[in-house]
Design a protein around this ligand. Structure first.
Ligand code: HPA
Length: 254
């Protein structure tokens, strides 16, 4: 078996269904890969998958690493360095996020146009990896070409999509109303606990990125209610088919 994918997917929240569509030719448990961290979050297994999605060779991470689990940023982003070594050129990511944009509703999909890194440790801190510059440009962290393609697909398929800025916090708490309000004034449309470290390192490696957030709860004044991990999962699961539809098309046309 020989797979030489140039496309990788981080199967974050909302992409379980897409995982089921992968025709797997090789799967490697994280625990069997030297230096790979092992996921600790309930509902996140841990393996690298190689196979075909439609007619496209892909590599997928089933289970990702979050800073709040206790890993440092080198560990959180180690899989991206591995992807780069394997020749990956394009990275697709998904996540669950709380919407801070008052126009958003629970269940909306948001194409990530840009991000704000509000994490306490920068993934590129320390000795520079020679495959990218010390001072990395971030003016197009999320590929405009891929975003335009996604908008075209959504239009074709009559899928409602939002666009906006994703802000990453360290978690594991959800935000207080005051924090949601602050992040909104900073320019965030959605808040979550992942994606930004991986996207920064992917950019450092010259890997093009595309990301979608599922809006699973609202951090909007007057609409804030108690939120639980279970509710986030339920809201994300409900839009899995649409999320999978967009990602599948994106990957097959990539
Ligand atoms: N905040 C942070 N992370 C999240 C949220 C939220 O409201 N919803 C899902 N992940």
């Amino acid at each position: 078996m020989q797979t030489t994918p140039d496309t990788a997917i981080i199967l974050g929240t909302g992409l379980g269904r897409l995982a089921a569509e992968i025709n797997i030719s090789l799967s490697i448990e994280y625990k069997d890969i030297p230096n790979f961290p092992v996921s600790t979050v309930e509902g996140h297994s841990g393996r690298l998958i190689f196979g075909k999605l439609g007619n496209k060779d892909i590599m997928a991470m089933e289970g990702r690493f979050h800073y709040y689990e206790g890993y440092d940023m080198k560990q959180v982003t180690f899989p991206i360095r591995v992807m780069n070594e394997l020749g990956i050129k394009t990275l697709f990511v998904s996540n669950a996020a709380g919407g801070t944009n008052p126009d958003f509703e629970i269940g909306d999909l948001m194409i990530i146009t840009d991000h704000i890194n509000a994490l306490p440790e920068h993934p590129l801190r320390g000795k520079n990896f020679p495959n990218g510059p010390r001072f990395l440009d971030m003016h197009e962290a999320y590929s405009i070409e891929l975003r335009e393609k996604a908008l075209a697909i959504a239009k074709e398929k009559n899928i409602k999509v939002q666009q906006g800025v994703y802000l990453a916090t360290q978690g594991p708490t959800y935000e207080t109303p005051a924090e949601y309000k602050m992040f909104r004034t900073w320019g965030a449309d959605a808040v979550g606990m992942s994606t930004v470290p991986e996207v920064i390192v992917a950019n450092h490696c010259g890997i093009k990125c595309f990301g979608i957030s599922v809006i699973t709860d609202l951090g909007v004044e007057g609409k804030i209610v108690e939120v639980s991990h279970e509710e986030v999962q339920i809201a994300a699961n409900a839009v899995q088919p649409i999320m999978a539809d967009i990602m599948r098309e994106m990957i097959n046309r990539a």
